[in-house]
Design a protein around this ligand. Structure first.
Ligand code: 8YV
Length: 332
């Protein structure tokens, strides 16, 4: 076993977590003012191969990074519920264990989805701009700055997992009509109310019927560019698309065309390709596209809990105990 395991942390963590990690680990943790680039991550690992890496969803832990760690690398501690940024195949091959942070960010991320949904449907970014630009009061149109109503609408949720369901629960008080959902399997609901409210449908039907489409599924081979030209053609011209999952699920060029040509009404994105989005990106020129900088899990509660789980996953793993949340990679 490793006496004092070496841990590489790729982002800045609040000092209380660094303090508890320092007691057990030899830390490679200095000079991280901004997010480390892939090259920087690689060179730090090559210079000093760690036994574990602790990283957010912004770090790409691909085959190159994992190989750079060599035989020393035993564990990956993901500061996220998503794991599309990790080369799972390579981890299996090398018997590297993965810890992650499901559960504690579910409510926060669902809150973010509702925030984005309301911001987009009520044109909040645009409305704020009118205040700044002196356009407030320049129109007497009774429909000035009107948005799309939620009342009586049909909402489609792609991926009714932990986060998808938490979003659905938050939508109920808005007097929506029904919730369609698509995904890998139909869920079982035991209340009569839920049985009436939720309907499992094929992806095409969801696109065709929904006034609001919310993406809450994982990014994998099946969901990559699931929202492409063909998908946008099937959506209502008045539909609003919300994505709080991963940018790669939406073909960004097709989305741009759909928004520009009025194939859909608006989009609200917390995730994009690439991240961060360059300031001259075409999507940023569109008034009907609201973009957040991947802040889905960004409230103090969720981020603290995520950090605590990462610390516990690391401490447990290196003392031979089960992690709080280990990704079951053999089932993937
Ligand atoms: C990020 C996320 O980890 O949990 C996920 O899958 O994408 C987020 O919680 C967080 O934004 C730090 O990058």
């Amino acid at each position: 076993s490793i006496i004092r395991p070496r841990l590489f942390i790729t982002f800045q963590m609040s000092s209380q977590f660094i303090r508890s990690l320092k007691r057990v680990f030899d830390l490679d943790y200095q000079d991280i003012p901004a997010c480390l680039s892939h090259e920087q991550i690689l060179s730090r690992i090559r210079a000093n191969p760690p036994n574990a890496i602790l990283f957010p969803a912004t770090a790409k832990i691909d085959k190159e990074v994992i190989s750079a760690g060599g035989d020393k690398l035993k564990m990956l501690a993901a500061f996220s519920v998503g794991y599309n940024h990790i080369d799972i195949k390579e981890c299996k091959k090398r018997s590297i264990s993965i810890g992650y942070t499901p559960g504690v960010l579910t409510d926060t991320t669902a809150d973010s989805a509702i925030t984005l949904l309301l911001a987009t449907s009520r044109r909040i970014a645009e409305a704020m701009r009118t205040v700044r630009n002196g356009e407030w009061g320049t129109s007497s149109d009774m429909m000035w700055m009107c948005g799309k109503p939620l009342i009586n609408s049909t909402i489609g949720i792609v991926g009714l997992g932990r986060i998808g369901l938490a979003i659905a629960r938050r939508l109920q008080p808005f007097s929506i009509q029904r919730i369609l959902y698509s995904g890998t399997c139909e869920k079982y609901f035991d209340s009569d109310n839920d049985k009436k409210l939720f309907k499992f449908v094929q992806f095409e039907e969801l696109l065709h019927e929904s006034d609001f489409v919310i993406i809450a599924c994982a990014l994998n081979e099946k969901t990559t560019n699931m929202f492409n030209k063909k998908a946008f053609e099937q959506m209502k011209n008045d539909a609003i698309l919300i994505n709080i999952a991963r940018g790669g699920i939406v073909d960004q060029d097709a989305l741009y065309d759909a928004l520009k040509n009025g194939q859909i009404r608006a989009a609200g994105l917390d995730v994009t390709v690439p991240e961060p989005l360059p300031t001259d990106h075409p999507l940023l020129t569109l008034e009907n596209c609201t973009i957040f900088p991947h802040i889905g899990s960004a409230d103090e509660y969720a981020r603290h809990q995520m950090a605590q789980i990462c610390v516990d996953n690391l401490l447990n793993f290196f003392s031979g105990k089960p992690m709080v949340h280990q990704l079951q990679i053999d089932k993937l």
